[in-house]
Each structure stands twice: as C-alpha cells, then as structure tokens.
Write a protein that binds this ligand. Structure first.
Ligand SMILES: *Cc1c(COP(=O)(O)O)cnc(C)c1O
Length: 415
C-alpha cells in the first residue's frame, strides 16, 4: 500500500495516506468504534463504483447503467438479511447517523418525542443531543445508567417513559460495556405505545455472530454502522420488518440523502461476505474474551471499571478513585504518546467537563483483527497501567513505547 498513483498526482496527499498506513501499523487502535477492514474491503471501497450515480433502489433507479450497482447492492442486502435475520434491509445510509436519521424522518414529525440515553452515560449524538439535528427537531428526554452499578436503569427508563410519553425509545449505545436487554426496553416502549429503535452501531458484529442478544425481531427498527465490529465498508444500515419497508426506503432516499455511495456499499457486500464465513464467529468471541482479559488486567492493577467489567468489546475505566489526579484526557494524551490510541470518556456521575472527562474507553475489535489474543491483551493492559500510574515519567514512557512497538511488529497489519 504505497499509493504510487496518488503520489504521481499529489505527493502531499500520498504522504498523508502512507503516513496513515504506517500510523495504523505502528500503534494499537483501541478506539472502541474502530476496526481494521481487510484489503478486499478496501479494494471494493476503492472501486470504479465511486463513479456511478444510482439514485433509487435495485431494479428501480433514476439513471441508466445501473446493472452492476444493482448486483452489488443486492448482494449487500441479501447478506445482511442472512447475517442479522432481518426481513427488510436498507444499506444506503452514508453512516450510522444517517441510518438513525432515516428512521426518525420516516416515523416522527418535528416536535415528536425521543427518549434516549444521556450522552454522558454512553449515548450517541444522533439520539437527541442539542448539537445534533435530533436535539433541534425533536423534544428529547434522556434516561441514565444506575450510577452505583453502571447498568442501564431499566426500571427508571420504564417510569420515565410513562411520564414523558415518548413517540420513540432509543436503545443501543456508544460507551456501554454490558449486554443490552432489548426486551426490557421494548416492554417500556410497548407500555406507552412508542416505537423502539435499537441502534447497534457498536455491536453489529457481536450480534451477527450471536455473542450478543439480537434486537432484530424485538425492536421496530434496528440501525447500525457497518465499519465497527462488523468490519465491512464504511457506512450505515437500517433493518426492519417488511411492513415498514415503504416508510424507511423513501426516508433514506430521497428523504435524507441523494445518490448512494455505491463503492461503500460494495465494501459492505464484501465485508458481510467475510462475516458469513465461519471464522467470523471465532473473531467475535475473541473480541469479547480480549475485552474481558483487558478489564481483568486493569482491575488487578487497581483500576475501577464502570459496571465492574464487560460483556462486550469495550471496557470503560473510571479513574476517579484509582487515579484522582489523572483526567481522562491526561491518560489519552500520555497513552497516545507511546502508541496506544484510545479516547477519554465521561463516566456515569461525571464530575469533570466532557472535554476532560474522568474515564477512558478501550475497545478490542481492531486489535483482535490484528490477531491479538489474551496473552497480548494482558501485555496491553500492563502497558496502559504502567503509563497511567506514571504520567510524565520519561523512562517509563520510553520502555513502554518499545513494548508497544514489539506488539505491533509481531502482528503486521498489511503486507
Ligand atoms: C458510532 C455510532 C453511531 C453512528 O456513527 P457514524 O459515525 O455516523 O457511523 C450511531 N450510534 C451509536 C450508538 C454509535 O456508537
């Protein structure tokens, strides 16, 4: 991957692209929403389909010359149906946020009510944050996790639904380490005749592999990003029962988007094909086991974890008790300096500003794609602990940088 043809045209861009390959090779990608897709997925995303306008849906396009666009989109749809067991699938959303937008546009009117998890408790901007269109178009109330246990407060959610009378309840989160009980969210939505949108952006791959309970067939709508744990082309997806197909499809196009990103849809088709291979289940199981090992390693080193552990692909460390003087952003910065890339994250009951935060979120999908197993995750956990225990100590930093580099070298990303 040396981008020679880019270099002939644009050396500056080629430097940046090559630099990014090297950065990914030489650092540990632990941002929980990230992954390393295969070169096959990248090739599909870099294909000639980027040139094609295919407004509409397979078999019913507004432009000529769509036969191969149709084939690719149909492949992505059929494979998604098989992976998640959905009746109807729309693979055109440009991202997970656009997938959610499709559902809101289809089912809500401006001023309607959304009940969703607070961003500071692990929710997502597209669930009603004031800085997002959802916060501006709809009336939003937010539920929380139980600050003692770190688990979703399902009872509180149920009571809040009865008081607020939402039109839609949103489940599915960005920084929640535990299995989501979609049935309980559904019960709260049913109690007030609200719709239920389960946004499985982070856990698409875990759900497809059967290592996390599926909301398909439970919630009215299931949305996701396609580049996180499912490791396919970058973008979004919506799944629903056939009865809502005619609401969803026109809301995505022409409601909220123009021409589909057919090259990304090709990446989705190829990534979904990979996820249908038997090895993907092992991958997803390994992702979860790796997160468990990472969590246990950190707990052994005195760190506190929100909810005490994990059932998923991520851990959320709360530094307030173990490292009262280290903020989430201090930790993020110090870890990045030694090649461990993760993010500061708010924790339930956050006492600092969200820009500083008191926690760090660490995920295992990308490292697992590189072939990391439990033994490597113990080493990664030890590196994280050594750095956070010794912020600013240059000897420790130099030594951990070498350990990180060895781990990267032992697990090359691309040929
Ligand atoms: C990542 C994420 C999304 C969508 O993100 P995009 O960057 O728009 O793909 C939506 N919901 C949740 C819960 C997420 O974590």
């Amino acid at each position: 991957m040396n981008y020679d043809r880019v270099r002939e045209v644009d050396p500056a861009a080629a430097d940046a692209l090559g630099g990014e390959v090297k950065r990914q090779q030489d650092t540990l990608a632990m941002i929980a929403s990230e992954n390393h897709v295969s070169e096959a997925v990248m090739e599909a995303q870099g294909s000639a389909l980027t040139n094609k306008y295919a407004e509409g849906y397979p078999g019913s396009r507004y432009y000529a010359g769509c036969e191969h666009a149709d084939e690719v989109e149909q492949l992505a749809i059929e494979r998604a149906k098989e992976l998640w067991g959905a009746e109807h699938v729309n693979v055109q959303p440009h991202s997970g946020t656009q997938a959610n937008m499709g559902v809101y546009l289809a089912m809500l009117d401006p001023g309607d009510r959304i009940l969703s998890l607070d961003l500071n408790h692990g929710g997502h901007l597209s669930h009603g944050h004031q800085a997002n269109f959802t916060g501006q178009l709809y009336e939003v109330e937010q539920y929380e996790v139980d600050e003692e246990t770190g688990y979703i407060d399902y009872e509180g959610l149920h009571e809040q639904a009865e008081e607020f009378d939402p039109d839609i309840v949103v489940s599915g989160y960005s920084a929640y380490p535990r299995e989501v009980d979609f049935e309980r969210v559904q019960a709260a939505a049913d109690a007030v005749d609200a719709l239920h949108l389960a946004d499985i952006a982070h856990i698409t791959g875990l759900v497809a592999a059967g290592v996390h309970e599926s909301p398909v067939g439970v919630a009215d709508f299931v949305t996701g990003s396609t580049h996180k744990t499912i490791r396919s082309g970058r973008g979004g997806i919506i799944m629903c029962d056939e009865e809502h197909a005619d609401d969803i499809d026109p809301a995505v196009f022409p409601g909220g988007q123009g021409g589909p990103l057919m090259h990304n849809i090709a990446g989705k088709a190829v990534g979904f094909k990979e996820a249908l291979e038997p090895g993907f289940e092992d991958y997803a199981e390994q992702v979860v086991e790796n997160a468990e090992v990472l969590g246990e390693t950190l707990v052994d080193r005195g760190f506190g974890l929100v909810s005490g552990g994990t059932d998923t692909h991520l851990v959320l460390a709360d530094l307030r008790e173990s490292h009262p003087d280290v903020t989430g952003s201090d930790a993020e910065e110090a870890l990045e300096a030694v090649g461990i890339v993760l993010n500061a994250n708010t924790v339930p009951g956050e006492t600092r500003s969200p820009f500083v935060a008191s926690g760090v979120r660490a995920g295992t999908p990308a490292l697992t794609s590189r072939g990391f197993g439990p033994a490597e995750m113990e080493q990664v956990g030890a590196c994280i602990a050594d750095i956070v225990d010794n912020i600013g100590d240059e000897d420790v930093m130099a030594e951990v940088t070498e350990r990180v580099q060895d781990l990267c070298d032992e697990h090359p990303l691309y040929e």
